[in-house]
Design a binder for this molecule. Structure first.
Ligand code: NAG
Ligand code: NAG
Ligand code: NAG
Length: 508
């Protein structure tokens, strides 16, 4: 594979230069497209409303609601003609400013592309239009006692989560959302509508499974469906004094997940209402799993001492009910930041990372409307093995990388005045977590796109070979850089290092 040398001649920030230069173009483009459903409303542009204030406070020049993939192609044609920047709105739950709502540009609101066809039988699958949220997919599959691999929140858009990866309660058995895709329909930069599957445009099919919004506008996907009876969800709370015992369990489960357990995760939270740290373990299983009433700690003489569990709750629910419950934990109307890193499975490291988190929290405890927690998500060797399905995905992870743990940081607050401080907090927290993992030699370079901090060089973590392959494809499909320059929201393949000298079309 031929790799480009990334020599930085002159830094060039596309997003900024484009935004200031094309406002006039966007007015013209909106005028030319005025036969579409056009709305100038701010904030309330999504199906419910945009989740994060960072997105909700953005005002597009116009919002367009395509009713067919042909409409998307036509909008893209006009966008190119007038060089107007844009964003594609699905669920709108990315906290990134501009990811799904274009500041003074065109927001393409997919909400009318709502087809949803369930195909039952041996190769059960569901065909999903790009305007659907996972809530719609789960609800459509429920009468068949089936589900599909989406996300743990119901209000997330289907396409955005698939393009980034997508983790669900059932990823151990079925893989990540991107690994369950059978086919994409998408509109390319030149407005051609194509299909990508294992046999037709397989390179595009590979790239879309993890490559983000760098290749086209996806208008429809087919994804696998599976039998999914009501499931047990358990919650156990422990004192943070005993987090090492909880993390020992997590390490053991990550290395060898009990057969009947679908998923396990540990949350470490600064609980604002009670002014304390809380550590909790969640399990998902079809049969009610055995839950310990006590854990055992060895004292200095090697004698076992009992440690009690503070709280145990278990309930049987449908996936939709559970995802809606998760939504309540992440309400809209706040400023949000995400962060993520990936580490090898090691309980001492998990404890050290929790201590870094505890120390950093000291700086922000008094912030108004604060909610902050980290979630340790095992990525077992079995879950990783699904990543080879249908030619594999673009994420650059293999079974032999595992088992891994993806640590996601969730942060929200109320006041715009605190934004700068919260960015500083997030940068310091990620830096502290990362350097701790590096010291132990247990940092993995992969970053989970759906939850990564917006300042990361995300694609570096996919590995040199995969980034080269993604960039080569990007140049072939989109030589004029429509999805790099005109769609600034989200992780871009050429984020930092683009300059015109390097953009040599003769490479193609
Ligand atoms: C779904 O499951 C319920 C309860 O187990 C059962 O009564 C119903 O017949 C099932 N429906 C289908 C379509 O399999
Ligand atoms: C955690 O994973 C590593 C491989 O990365 C493995 O060597 C180790 O044994 C695992 N820990 C446990 C407790 O099994
Ligand atoms: C659009 O781009 C694709 C991918 O580069 C190419 O195969 C196709 O021929 C182009 N279509 C038109 C109408 O130019």
């Amino acid at each position: 594979m031929k790799m480009l040398k990334l020599i930085l001649v002159a830094p060039l920030c596309f997003a900024a230069s484009v935004v200031s230069g094309v406002t006039f173009g966007c007015k013209q483009a909106c005028l030319e497209l005025s036969n579409f459903d056009v709305s100038r409303s701010t904030g309330n542009t999504a199906l419910s409303s945009l989740w994060s204030n960072f997105q909700a406070e953005v005002e597009p020049e116009c919002r367009l609601v395509p009713r067919h993939n042909r409409d998307v192609a036509e909008i893209l044609r006009v966008i190119r003609k007038f060089n107007c920047h844009f964003a594609v709105l699905g669920g709108g739950t990315s906290p990134f400013k501009g990811a799904s709502n274009a500041d003074a540009g065109i927001t393409i609101d997919m909400q009318s592309l709502r087809d949803l066809d369930v195909v039952d039988g041996e190769n059960a699958h569901v065909v999903v239009g790009a305007g659907n949220l996972w809530a719609h997919v789960y609800a459509a599959l429920a009468p068949f006692n089936m589900s599909a691999t989406g996300t743990r929140n119901s209000l997330t858009g289907v396409i955005g989560s698939i393009l980034g990866g997508g983790i669900l309660f059932f990823s151990e058995a079925h893989g990540w959302a991107c690994d369950t895709v059978i086919e994409f329909e998408l509109v390319l930069a030149n407005s051609s509508v194509i299909l990508a599957n294992e046999h037709q445009n397989p390179e595009i099919f590979w790239a879309l499974r993890g490559g983000g919004n760098n290749f086209g506008i996806v208008t429809r996907v087919s994804i696998e469906a599976f039998k999914n009876p009501p499931t047990w969800y358990t919650f156990q709370r422990f004192s943070p004094d005993h987090m090492d015992l909880v993390f020992n369990r997590l390490e053991a489960h990550t290395n060898s997940m009990p057969n009947d357990v679908c998923q396990i995760a540990v949350t470490f939270q600064w609980h604002v209402p009670t002014d304390q740290f809380v550590v909790s373990e969640r399990m998902v299983a079809y049969e009610l799993p055995e839950l310990p009433e006590i854990l055992w700690r060895k004292d200095s003489q090697g004698k076992l001492e009992p440690v009690s569990v503070l709280q145990t709750v278990s309930y049987q629910r449908s996936i939709l009910a559970m995802a809606e419950k998760m939504d309540q934990m992440n309400p809209h109307g706040f400023f949000n930041l995400f962060g993520s890193l990936t580490v090898y499975n090691d309980s001492d490291l998990f404890t050290m990372l929790a201590r870094v988190f505890m120390a950093e929290i000291e700086h922000i405890k008094t912030i108004e409307g604060l909610q902050v927690y980290i979630v340790y998500n095992p990525l077992t060797s079995k879950a990783l093995s699904h990543m080879q399905k249908r030619g594999g995905n673009a994420l650059g992870l293999e079974s032999r990388d595992g088992p891994l743990t993806i640590i996601n940081i969730n942060l929200h607050w109320s006041k715009q005045n605190d934004n700068d401080q919260m960015y500083v907090f997030m940068r310091n927290l990620i830096k502290g977590l990362r350097s701790t993992a590096v010291q132990k030699g247990l940092l993995h370079p992969y970053l989970f796109q759906n939850h990564a901090f917006e300042e990361e060089n995300l694609f570096d973590g996919y590995g040199v070979v995969n980034v080269g392959r993604l960039r080569t494809l990007q140049k072939i499909l989109d030589p004029d850089r429509v999805f790099q320059a005109l769609q600034p929201g989200g992780f871009k393949l050429w984020a930092d290092q683009v300059d015109d000298a390097q953009w040599d079309k003769s490479e193609l």
